[in-house]
Design a protein around this ligand. Structure first.
Ligand code: BV8
Ligand code: ZN
Length: 245
């Protein structure tokens, strides 16, 4: 894959870079994306119908089990070359902000440190009533884990649809989009708000926008550089072409 000399020049001299990642970055680690059809028992459900407070209120055990299944698959997954390339960029570029919609924790495993988890973490669990985080809980077929403090139902510490994003992370992400010189949108279909607005905020603030995604998205027409393919191949190629690492 060859990279436009302008992009290489921009990146070589960039001191402030931001990257937004979505489920596509973890696809090569074997984790399903949101728009991929689900597999096995879960293929009868649409993620959008399970990742909501209403679904949890209606059937907390079904939603808990879906997240328990995804938590186990996330724990069994390994970062891929795309995650490692982003961790390498953070070490090279003076100010690098990784903004992720993913809840699988793989960026941290790959060594990224300055991470904004806009949608929370599937590895963390909190009480749906008092908000207390739980370090351990009962798992089992007919068990619905409850809070040791108030006996409320435990839930995954992720942001569901129609729930607000954590203010500090969102504000920091907007600030990074407004101040960066180059903004990457990687492995995301760009349909979920407000994360999908960040690339447009960066563009409006004068950043060079780079899209790395397996297929075209609503951002493609506005991006300055577009690479359609697998992030696990494109990102390491870019790091090699720009910084020779
Ligand atoms: C909110 C955590 C305020 C849980 C998630 C109408 C218009 C505008 C907005 C709305 C609207 N109706 C409702 C809304 C708001 C809603 C929204 O945006 N809905 C969408 C569906 C229209 N947003 C919200 O509700 C947000 N909150 O707005 O609060 C509010 C308050 C009260 C009332 C109303 C509003 C909360 C959004 C957060 C939801 N939680 N996840 C969990 O994970 O279980 S979102 C979920 O989708 C994941 O985080 C996921 O990351 C995210 C986005 O999906 P993607 O990451 O982009 O994944 P996707 O599968 O879509 O795409 C993957 C891409 O990768 C594909 O393009 C594919 O081609 C590509 N790919 C695949 N393999 C590879 C690859 N690319 C490269 N390499 C590969 N190998
Ligand atoms: Zn509680």
């Amino acid at each position: 894959m060859d990279f436009h000399p302008d992009l290489i020049r921009f990146l070589k001299k960039a001191t402030r870079v931001a990257a937004l990642t979505g489920a596509g970055v973890s696809q090569e680690s074997g984790l399903r994306t949101f728009r991929d059809a689900q597999t096995g028992f879960w293929q009868q459900y649409r993620p959008e119908d399970l990742a909501t407070p209403r679904a949890f209120a209606r059937d907390p055990k079904l939603v808990w089990d879906w997240y328990a299944y995804r938590r186990e698959t996330a724990k069994g997954a390994h970062p891929n070359a795309g995650h490692y390339a982003l961790a390498a960029m953070e070490k090279i570029i003076p100010e690098f902000t990784l903004i992720t919609q993913n809840v699988d924790g793989l960026h941290r495993v790959a060594g990224s440190q300055n991470i904004l988890e806009l949608h929370g973490s599937i590895l963390k669990v909190r009480c749906s009533e008092c908000g207390t985080y739980a370090d351990e809980w009962d798992e089992g077929l007919d068990v619905l884990p409850r809070c040791s403090k108030c006996n409320g139902y435990l839930r995954p510490a992720v942001v569901w649809f129609e729930e607000s994003l954590p203010r500090p992370q969102l504000d920091a992400a907007v600030n990074a989009a407004q101040t960066c010189q180059v903004f990457f949108s990687i492995g995301t279909s760009g349909v979920v708000h407000p994360a999908s607005a960040l690339a447009h905020t960066a563009k409006a603030a004068g950043a060079v926008v780079v899209e790395v995604n397996a297929e075209p998205t609503p951002l493609t027409a506005k991006a300055d550089f577009v690479f359609h393919g697998r992030s696990g191949e494109i990102l390491p190629g870019l790091v090699q072409a720009v910084w020779g690492e």
